[in-house]
Write a protein that binds this ligand. Structure first.
Ligand SMILES: [Mg+2]
Length: 222
C-alpha cells in the first residue's frame, strides 16, 4: 500500500522548524523567547504582556509577525532578523539525513514561516543545504503565513508541478489540512514534546521522526 502511494511522487516539500531537525534541540524555544523580548522592548511592555500578545497574534493570524505588522506597523525584516538570531550549535551535520533526502526521487524545497537566511543556516548546520532547490520563506510568501497554503500552491502552479506528485512533511497538523485539500500527500512528523495524537482525516501518513519517514518511503522504491 505504501509503495503504491509513493511510486509517482517526485516533488518533496519540507517544513523547517521541528520537522527537519529534532524538536529536542529546542531551537524553536529560543526563537519563541526572542519574540517575547522583541515585543516587550519595542512596545515597551512587560515580558508577561508581551507573551500574551505574541500568542494572541499567533493564534489569530498564523504568525506573531502578521499581527505585529497589522497592529504596530513593525518592519518584518527587523523582526525576522532579531528573532532568528539564535544558537544553532545543537544542530549537527547528519549524514543519514543527507543520504535519505538525497535518495528521494525528484525535487525538494523548504516551506517555512521563518526567513531564508535563518533557513539556510539551519540547513547548513545539518549539512543538507545543497539538496534543496528553493526555500519558500515568509518574505517570498508575501507574509501570508501557514496554515494558509496559498503561497505554496501559487509557487507549485507557476512551476507547472502536478500537485498529485507532491509530498509535504510537517510537524504541525493544522498546516497540513489545506495542502491535503489540494491533493498533496501529507506526512505528519510527530510532536515528541507535546505528544499530541489525533486521527485527523487530512493526515495521510504519520511517523515519529523525519529520518523514520524518509527511510520508510525510500525503502518503497527498492
Ligand atoms: Mg514546524
Amino acid at each position: 500500500m505504501l509503495k503504491r502511494n509513493f511510486e509517482k511522487k517526485n516533488f518533496w516539500i519540507f517544513d523547517l522548524d521541528n520537522t527537519i531537525y529534532d524538536p529536542k534541540s529546542k531551537i524553536f524555544d529560543q526563537i519563541d523567547l526572542r519574540m517575547k523580548q522583541f515585543i516587550s522592548s519595542r512596545l515597551n511592555i512587560s515580558k508577561e504582556e508581551a507573551f500574551k500578545i505574541q500568542k494572541k497574534f499567533y493564534n489569530e493570524y498564523g504568525t506573531t509577525l502578521s499581527g505585529l505588522m497589522k497592529h504596530y506597523q513593525i518592519q518584518p525584516n527587523e523582526f525576522l532578523k532579531f528573532v532568528h538570531d539564535v544558537d544553532l550549535s545543537k544542530l549537527k551535520k547528519c549524514s543519514d539525513l543527507f543520504k535519505e533526502i538525497n535518495q528521494l526521487p525528484g525535487r525538494k524545497i523548504i516551506y517555512t514561516n521563518g526567513d531564508q537566511d535563518y533557513a539556510k543556516k539551519v540547513l547548513n548546520s545539518l549539512g543538507v543545504e545543497s539538496l534543496f532547490e528553493y526555500i519558500l520563506d515568509i518574505t517570498k510568501s508575501k507574509y501570508i503565513p501557514k496554515p494558509s497554503v496559498e503561497p505554496l500552491i501559487t509557487y507549485l502552479n507557476k512551476n507547472n508541478i502536478n500537485l498529485k506528485t507532491c509530498v509535504y512533511f510537517e510537524d504541525l497538523e493544522k498546516n497540513l489540512e489545506n495542502a491535503h485539500k489540494y491533493g498533496i500527500t501529507t506526512v505528519h512528523i510527530e510532536d515528541k514534546i507535546n505528544k499530541k495524537k489525533t486521527t485527523q482525516p487530512f493526515i495521510d501518513f504519520r511517523f515519529k521522526s523525519i529520518l523514520e519517514a524518509l527511510h520508510t518511503i525510500n525503502k518503497t522504491y527498492n
